[in-house]
Design a protein around this ligand. Structure first.
Ligand code: CTP
Ligand SMILES: C[C@](O)(CO)[C@H](O)COP(=O)(O)O
Length: 399
């Protein structure tokens, strides 16, 4: 069997955003409630074909970068290499990243992406990878809607290129790694540091470059009005809250699963799956927020394939449904109702496990517990229960 391709994402984030006006560096400002770079890294991190991500940063941005990456889901954080420092030009910043990626086992394919383009989609990333695998050098482009003129230094029009032949190109631009790294070294040796994209640099170095379909929404945040326009996503997102509840009876056994953690106990639970009441309640809360039924709708207990199933897959499924509808999970909160086992010693491990299953930052997961003062079935030690709440944001048109 052939080895899977090694595919790296190189995100250039070392610019100063002079055209974006006063304020924090544009790659760390918020759009739709999330940092621009954070959105890029979350999306690239969740893409299964990408095995490592390198961000090229500005030396002044250490704190911004640390805050952004701490808030990432574990799956995305694990793919991050230590950042490298950029240069005075975009081309120089890309070259610095390529030099770092060449250290050790270089990737086969590299996707070069502007941190300032936070609205890329998984589909665009997949198309970029497929195009690079097929053609070696591939860049996303869209047809232009304005008529474009070439002018001289006085502003006089010297040419009107036929519009049908023009494309406005974007990132991620995808290349076989070795030729791109070589072309960058050749450009520096030739004293060139003025290429505004890697497609132009590869073209100059004599490589064929193909354009594949870009996306109109994949804009580069350049001027202050670009951020005003993206005030859209924030106001267009609708917050939804829903709850979930689950109970399992105790039976003979020596452990229980709670929040994705195996906890030794004097009893086990009666269940078709692993009987994790916390993950079941959270799954129902997420499905409720989507109005997409409940856990039994998607994973019927009558279906033998879910026998003894690990419940993190149920939660992962529900979280993926939120993302598939363009949504964001803001909070997963659960309360465990039991006299025993004690939850406190396992709380952080549960938060980590839930964050991992839902692919969200740990800071968005909360676990609480209470006894019921020896009242009711939980008080009598007959079973264990969990109630949960989830808040998500969904695009207005889909909510
Ligand atoms: N020396 C530079 C210049 C740009 N970039 C990155 O290249 C991308 C595209 O560049 P641009 O939108 O021009 O960003 P800035 O250079 O920051 O903007 P400006 O030209 O307005 O200062 C951005 O993600 C930017 O951070 C970089 O890593 N290093
Ligand atoms: C790479 C790029 O985003 C493709 O459109 C663009 O060339 C970057 O230009 P900038 O002047 O560095 O923003």
């Amino acid at each position: 069997m052939s080895e899977p391709s090694r595919i790296a994402a190189l995100v250039v984030a070392a610019g100063r955003g002079a055209r974006a006006g006063a304020g924090d560096p544009k790659q760390y400002r918020l759009v739709g409630g999330e940092s621009v770079l954070g959105r890029v890294l979350a999306l690239l991190g969740a893409h299964e074909a990408i095995d490592r991500i390198l961000v090229v940063t500005h030396p002044d941005d250490g704190d911004f970068y640390a805050r952004t990456t701490t808030a990432l889901a574990p799956a995305a954080r694990e793919k991050l290499l230590a950042p490298v420092q950029g240069a005075a030009t975009r081309q120089g910043s890309v070259a610095a990243g390529l030099a770092r990626l060449a250290d050790g086992a270089a990737p086969e394919i590299v996707l070069v992406h502007d941190a300032a383009r936070p609205f890329l989609t998984p589909d665009l990333v997949s198309r970029a990878i497929a195009a690079a695998q097929a053609h070696g050098a591939a860049i996303p482009g869209i047809s232009v809607v304005d008529t474009i003129k070439r002018v001289d230094e006085t502003g006089r029009v010297v040419e009107t290129p036929p519009r049908a032949t023009l494309r406005a190109v974007q990132t991620p631009q995808a290349f076989r790694f070795a030729p791109l790294a070589e072309a960058h070294r050749t450009a520096v040796a030739a004293g060139r540091d003025d290429f505004t994209d890697d497609g132009a640099l590869m073209e100059w170095a004599g490589h064929p470059v193909v354009v594949f379909a870009g996306e109109a929404g994949n804009v580069k945040l350049t001027h202050p009005q670009d951020f005003a326009a993206t005030g859209g996503p924030e106001t267009r997102m609708i917050t939804r809250l829903a709850t979930g509840f689950d109970v399992h009876a105790f039976t003979v056994g020596d452990h229980v699963w709670l929040g994705g953690v195996r906890i030794p106990h004097t009893r086990g639970v009666l269940a078709h799956s692993d009987g994790d009441v916390v993950l079941h309640a959270l799954t129902d809360a997420l499905l409720g927020a989507l109005a997409e039924g409940d856990i039994g709708t998607h994973f019927p207990p009558s279906d033998p394939q879910w026998k003894s199933a690990s419940s993190d897959r149920f939660l992962a499924f529900a979280a993926e449904r939120v993302r598939a509808r363009g949504g964001i999970i803001d909070l997963l909160d659960a309360t465990i109702l039991a006299e025993a086992p004690k939850v406190g010693p396992h709380r952080e491990a549960m938060r980590e496990a839930i964050a991992r299953a839902a692919d969200i930052p740990v800071s968005r997961v909360s676990i609480k517990a209470t006894t019921t003062e020896k009242l009711g079935f939980t008080g009598r030690g007959e079973g264990i229960a969990a109630q949960a709440a989830a808040t998500i944001r969904l695009p207005e048109e889909d909510a």
